[in-house]
Design a protein around this ligand. Structure first.
Ligand code: ADP
Ligand code: MG
Length: 361
């Protein structure tokens, strides 16, 4: 199922992706922009489950929407199966829409309450006119069974289903056109905890049985621990650490990843004294801090961190971290990261926290 890194063209390759939005209240802010995604590289290989994790406002949904073609990037490129989507022809983009499908956070709002379940699941088949109406009805029933629902649910309305059942319908609709990549934005956040594991398990089964690649977005690392092959941790528009799920859990190097992990209950917290929570809120994406975006909140920041962007440094086996302190500790200091005499003292008050809140999505 999983490919060895570097042996073939990734199914999805995002390079230098930037997305800014005009700040609301333009008169107040002039030409200021919200830096939602600031130069992200990300790959998803065939049949791979990659998790994009970070707290609210870190740019995960914006990145997912760019990948789905729902939001136009400001800069950078998105290649699907080796083809740059920004220069693709109309018919190539049509094929792309079949091969990459979304799974939304809240299936209740993504399903039309007036439509039967069967109509929602078969919508893609209808719009691409795949098969005869009778063949489409058979396919809808198969899809419902594939996601663990009785075929007779095709005649029900979304209001007659539980939250978990509605998410299964949303997944069936996403599968209808035989996609190769699902982009699932917080697919279990709106569900009861008891149901979350069932939906995550369904995604894992589909990945295995259909060879699907899945880009799954979550704000909670524990959600993706058992289903993802790799994790990319995002903070304020940038990926700060990425690696295999096992490595990121066993050996987190970025202070932000450690803070996210500290929020996961551990039966023996004494075993992980390195997992330190962060203080304060994420700064405004209207004016991200210079240098490392985390430095105003970081427990291990050094003067360099407030002036020099840390590059994603490969620590081996695809484990990459964008942190001057972690890279130096691992024997990979960034050669451009010379301490800057004018760098902000990390003990200065956290200016960014005083800035007005950014507009919410
Ligand atoms: P996440 O999914 O990680 O919570 P988002 O991608 O939704 O993050 O948002 C990242 C930043 O971009 C946030 O500050 C958010 O307010 C801002 N943002 C998202 N969508 C828009 C939009 N359409 N217009 C303006 N700002 C937006
Ligand atoms: Mg989001």
């Amino acid at each position: 199922m999983k490919q060895i890194e570097g042996t073939e063209t990734p199914l999805l390759a995002v390079h230098g992706l930037v997305k800014t939005y005009p700040a609301s209240g333009a008169r107040l802010w002039g030409s200021r922009v919200v830096h939602a995604v600031s130069g992200v590289d990300l790959e998803v290989r065939r049949g791979e489950n990659v998790a994009l994790v970070g707290e609210s406002g870190s740019g995960k949904t914006t990145l997912a929407r760019c990948v789905l073609g729902l939001t136009r990037p400001t800069a950078g490129s998105i290649d699907f199966d080796g083809r740059d989507m920004s220069t693709a022809t109309r018919s190539q983009r049509g094929a792309f829409r079949r091969r990459v499908q979304p799974v939304f956070q809240d299936p209740f709002s993504s399903l039309d309450p007036r439509w039967t379940v069967g109509r929602s699941v078969g919508e893609g088949l209808d719009s691409f006119r795949i098969g005869t109406p009778a063949e489409r009805a058979v396919r809808v029933r198969e899809l419902l069974e594939q996601v663990g629902l009785p075929a007779r649910y095709a005649g029900l309305r979304p209001t007659e289903l539980s939250g978990g059942q509605r998410q299964r319908v949303g997944i069936a609709a996403a599968l209808a056109l035989g996609p190769e990549l699902l982009v699932a934005d917080e697919p279990v956040s709106a569900l009861d905890v008891s149901v979350q594991a069932q939906i995550l398990n369904l995604l894992a089964v589909l990945q295995r049985d259909l060879g699907l690649a899945i880009l799954v977005v979550a704000h909670d690392l524990s959600v993706v621990r058992h289903i993802s092959d790799r994790i990319a941790v995002m903070y304020l528009g940038r990926i700060v650490e990425t690696g295999s799920t096992a490595t990121v859990f066993r050996d987190p190097r970025h202070p932000y990843t450690r803070a996210l992990l500290s929020a996961i209950p551990d039966p023996d917290p004494a075993r992980r004294p390195d997992l330190v929570p962060l203080h304060g809120d994420m700064p405004s994406p209207l004016s991200p801090p210079p240098g490392c975006h985390l430095h105003p909140r970081c427990p291990v920041a050094v003067p360099t961190c407030s002036s020099v962007d840390p590059a994603l440094t490969d620590l081996g086996a695809g484990h990459r971290v964008a942190c001057h302190v972690a890279a130096a500790a691992a024997g990979h200091p960034d050669p451009t990261a010379q301490p800057d005499a004018s760098a902000t003292d990390t003990s200065t008050p956290r200016r960014e926290e005083e800035r007005p809140c950014p507009p919410r999505a």
